[in-house]
Write a protein that binds this ligand. Sequence first.
Ligand SMILES: [Zn+2]
Length: 251
Amino acid sequence: MNVDDDQFDRQKRVAGWNQEKIASAKVCIVGAGALGNEVTKNLLQLGVCQLTVIDFDTVVKANLNRCLLFTQNDAENKALKAEALSLAAKKLNPAAVVTPIIKNVEALDDKFFSGFDAVFGCLDNLGARLHVNANCYGKVILIDGGTSGFLGKLQVVQAPAACLECGLSKQDYGLLWKKYSCVGEMLDIIDPKMPALPTTTSVIAGMQVNEFVKLILKTGTTLAGKYTFYNGLTGQTNIFTIEKRNSCPVH
Ligand SMILES: [Zn+2]
């Protein structure tokens, strides 16, 4: 075959590349919003074929400044985000199967998550993040991303290194407490809409999928147990080691 006819020819030229390993990886994307769109796009371009996307929400116009795979039609028809992503994915890579799961992530347990090679946290709230963290720890690597305006974060959770909850501050617990009633049910409060840019989304999603590539190809140095903070206003990226906390309830 002519090298220009192979969709993956240029990445196969990267030292140590193994396209079969990338293609056969099973990944889960939790959250089909901005990061979920961008992570899915990157995975499809790399040739990942088995993707599962979890989200119960519907597309609105305000998503379209940073969600590449959603359309004006999706917003007008109030399409389910996970289904819209799945349909758009087929156009990008017909060989890929993107399975939409229309559920609150908190309805899914560790048995569900342990069936994947990697789980991508693409969520906008701490409660859901901690649920995924607790159900992935020790079973499957979690590559968690988050953004707020020009700022972004990346955290790679892989046992035995620290988990997301190890790095929580008292202030974080305070915020969480506000969000849940004393019986553990989510309070019906309106979240403030977070500032969100397509540029920061691309940077953080790119970092998330880069970590996945290193994990699958067993190359480079992973950021497991580290917290990476990206500041788009200065262009600086700082990486902190998170200490594993003995009192952490997850392990
Ligand atoms: Zn922990």
